[in-house]
Design a protein. Structure first.
Length: 119
């Protein structure tokens, strides 16, 4: 009688074409890798490891992030062009290096002048 060892533990995850498409869509919507892994029903360390092993998966994450940024930045740009002041300020702060500075002026007076003002 020969004993056959059964494999215990979770099945090895190999991303399908459909899952890679889902990953791209989720990344385009700003989900983190941890959230993407949770949606796929795998551990985030599995997703990190599989990105190194499957170039298509890695490219899907990168492409998805780029698509999402492109969509939102285009919407921001159009909003700024149409006169939305908040969008214009945000765009210029991020893209043109604009910043707000606060200048506090302090006027010092000597003690004698302060006492004269109280009288």
């Amino acid at each position: 009688m020969v004993k056959v060892k059964s494999k215990c533990g979770p099945k090895t995850w190999i991303p399908s074409k459909e899952e890679i498409d889902k990953v791209e869509a989720m990344a385009s919507r700003g989900l983190t890798q941890e959230q993407i892994a949770m949606c796929l029903g795998i551990h985030d360390s599995t997703l990190y490891a599989k990105r190194n092993k499957f170039p298509d998966l890695n490219e899907a994450v990168q492409r998805g992030k780029a698509k999402g940024i492109s969509i939102v930045s285009n919407a921001l740009f159009e909003s700024a062009k149409s006169g939305n002041t908040t969008s214009q300020i945000f765009f210029l702060k991020c893209m043109a290096g604009w910043k707000e500075t606060n200048v506090n002026e302090h006027k010092f007076i000597n003690q004698e002048d302060a006492l004269k003002n109280l009288e």
